[in-house]
Design a binder for this molecule. Structure first.
Ligand code: AP5
Length: 221
């Protein structure tokens, strides 16, 4: 299946994509993760992206689109993919659609994860990530057994540099301005499925699975 997950920062896109990756056996492609990796490695892309990410702004479309298209061409995407964090505006959506069309493919569905703003801020302020394996925790909703230490690999947990209050507000504003218009865009294409993102990650996963099951039962003609 070729799926896009859309949602504001903290909606749980990454959390759900990790669970869906196992269930669907397709790769999880997170543009945020790819960009953070490029920043860590100090590549040209990472150097160009860093300032935008630190301010909570979108990295220029041509950089992100080229990165995604390169990733989608890899062998493991032949059976499908879960895109998390891309597209993030209408030009990116149109580039994605054109790229897939060139290969005779198209999206099966777009899942919008809906969470009240107050909950988003709480999720982001408490998020902790393992510096070694990338596992995600929340100080209140999903705390590690030992504070600051990953349950899986004993790596050190850190707080993402863009999870501070000022940058979170900027990211939420960018979502409202640039990304939310995609909801109407994908509705007009008959692709959008809104899912309630409140409740435990397992409950949200069950809701998303129901949507995907219905898509698998009646694929687009
Ligand atoms: P990116 O990394 O994509 O950040 P984001 O979209 O802001 O999303 P997050 O990763 O913050 O949240 P999420 O929805 O994945 O939630 P998560 O599952 O982690 O992008 C970062 C930056 O990169 C952007 O600001 C931009 O600069 C750049 N960028 C990326 N893509 C781009 C693009 N296409 N174009 C241009 N620029 C781009 O969960 C959050 C927390 O909540 C965790 O602690 C988790 O444990 C907890 N949680 C999850 N689900 C639940 C639940 N159901 N109940 C309670 N807690 C939960």
């Amino acid at each position: 299946m070729r799926i896009v997950l859309i949602g504001p920062p903290g909606a749980g896109k990454g959390t759900q994509a990790l669970m869906l990756r196992q269930a669907l056996e397709v790769p999880h492609i997170s543009t945020g993760d790819l960009l953070r990796e490029a920043v860590r490695e100090g590549t040209a892309l990472g150097k160009a992206a860093k300032d935008y990410m630190d301010k909570g702004e979108l990295v220029p479309d041509q950089l992100v689109t080229a990165m995604v298209e390169e990733r989608l061409q890899r062998h493991d995407c032949r059976a499908g993919f879960i895109l998390d964090g891309f597209p993030r505006n209408i030009p990116q959506a149109e580039d994605l659609s054109a790229h897939l069309a060139k290969e005779g493919k198209r999206l099966d569905g777009v899942v919008s994860i809906v969470v009240p703003r107050v909950e988003l801020v709480e999720r982001l302020s408490g998020r902790r990530v393992c510096s070694q394996c990338g596992a995600m925790y929340h100080v209140r909703f999903d705390p590690p057994r030992q504070a600051g230490v990953c349950n899986r690999c004993q790596g050190t947990l850190y707080q993402r540099s863009d999870d501070n209050a000022e940058t979170v507000n900027a990211r939420l504003a960018v979502y409202e301005g640039a990304t939310a218009p995609l909801l109407a865009y994908y509705t007009s294409k008959g692709l959008l499925h809104a899912v309630d993102g409140s409740g435990t990650p397992e409950l949200v996963f069950t809701r998303i699975r129901e949507v995907l099951n219905s898509l698998q039962a009646s694929p687009r003609s």
